[in-house]
Design a protein around this ligand. Structure first.
Ligand code: FES
Length: 78
């Protein structure tokens, strides 16, 4: 998934209009699933955009592709 530095983008969730509420699903022990497309603003100020139909956002902070889930949450911790 592309990671773009903070900057102007064509698409913005604040500008889009939805007739239905956006569904967010919390997976116990796993990611947060969000209906895409999404624009995520990270704690370091960068913005990450994904135009996927559904986006899995890492909630465990173990992903090598953070902020997106790469299934690292399934690995056993030592
Ligand atoms: S939730 Fe899947 S890697 Fe973090």
């Amino acid at each position: 998934m592309p990671i773009e530095p903070n900057g102007p983008t064509e698409w913005s969730p604040t500008r889009s209009r939805r007739s239905q509420p956006r569904r967010v699903t919390v997976v116990p022990g796993g990611p947060v699933l969000i209906e895409g497309p999404v624009e995520l603003q990270l704690d370091d100020g960068t913005t990450v955009v994904s135009d996927r139909f559904q986006v899995a956002v890492c909630a465990c902070r173990r992903s090598r592709n953070y902020p997106f889930c790469d299934a690292s949450h399934r690995r056993k911790r030592r």
